[in-house]
Design a protein around this ligand. Structure first.
Ligand SMILES: *[C@@H]1O[C@H](CO)[C@@H](O)[C@H](O)[C@H]1NC(C)=O
Ligand SMILES: *[C@@H]1O[C@H](CO)[C@@H](O)[C@H](O)[C@H]1NC(C)=O
Length: 234
């Protein structure tokens, strides 16, 4: 009886050992997905420090940025958006709200079409901000917490208020950074009186100047202008 049990146990342990071996072999032969293919170049990031500050490879990111910008700025889509913004800002010039010496803030300026348009028109003091850098036209800043002093700008422009996470905060920051008597110019998808009223109410320290339907980048939009420093009658 004892022998039988011993034999049985032996068989079980042999079976277990075989299963373990097969499993191990299987694991060895399986190539995990994260495995580096055998022909991949060997990279050693820890030895990739530049040998000196004159290392030409250091300049590479800047060169490629300039090249990238050159390509972007000469693209058809960039040029057509640029001329659309130029036409848009020319209207503000005719309304006597924008001058060459105006200090302009463009909030959520994307890749910076409006910044370049203003610069090309002769408005040199333009600051473009966005959540990510698009140097040299646009630098990184949180629209809900602009890194500028009160009243620094004559005009603040944004076509992105509607997409803002905190529209009231966004509007409040535009208003704060524009001097008394300066203007906030907002562009939204074409809308009527009611929606215009909703936008205007976000600008608690400003007076509604006017709203007009315009075309920007081929899209029908509504331009809303508010003068900072005088509260709208509510
Ligand atoms: C504004 O700047 C542009 C471009 O430099 C120039 O052509 C234009 O005459 C300037 N306008 C005024 C009013 O100075
Ligand atoms: C813009 O156009 C739409 C459609 O024609 C109209 O309903 C709306 O009132 C216009 N908005 C303004 C501010 O003129």
């Amino acid at each position: 009886m004892g022998n039988h049990i011993q034999n049985f146990l032996n068989k079980i342990s042999i079976a277990c050992a075989s299963i373990a071996t097969i499993t191990l072999l299987f694991l060895y032969l399986q190539t995990p997905e994260t495995c580096i293919p055998p022909n991949a170049p060997i990279t050693k990031p820890h030895v990739k420090f530049p040998s000196s500050t004159c290392d030409p490879s250091l300049n590479h990111p800047y060169l490629s940025l300039a090249k990238k910008n050159q390509r972007l700025w000469s693209s058809k889509s960039w040029l057509s958006q640029l001329s659309s913004f130029t036409a848009f800002f020319s209207q503000l010039q005719h309304l006597n709200l924008l001058h060459n010496h105006s200090r302009v803030l463009c909030v959520s300026a994307g890749a910076g079409h409006e910044v370049m348009a203003l610069n090309n028109m002769g408005v040199s003091d333009v600051t473009g901000v966005e959540l990510v850098d698009s140097l040299p036209l646009v630098r990184r800043a949180d629209p809900n917490n602009l890194p500028f002093f009160d009243g620094m700008f004559d005009l603040a422009f944004s076509a992105r208020l509607v997409e803002a996470l905190f529209p009231l905060r966004f509007a409040g920051e535009m208003e704060r950074t524009v001097r008394r008597g300066g203007v906030c110019v907002i562009v939204v998808d074409e809308c009527g009186e009611e929606e215009v009223g909703e936008i205007v109410r976000l600008f608690r320290g400003s007076k509604f100047v006017g709203a007009e339907n315009v075309t920007l980048i081929g899209v029908k939009m509504t331009r809303i202008i508010m003068r900072v420093g005088v509260s709208s009658p509510s």
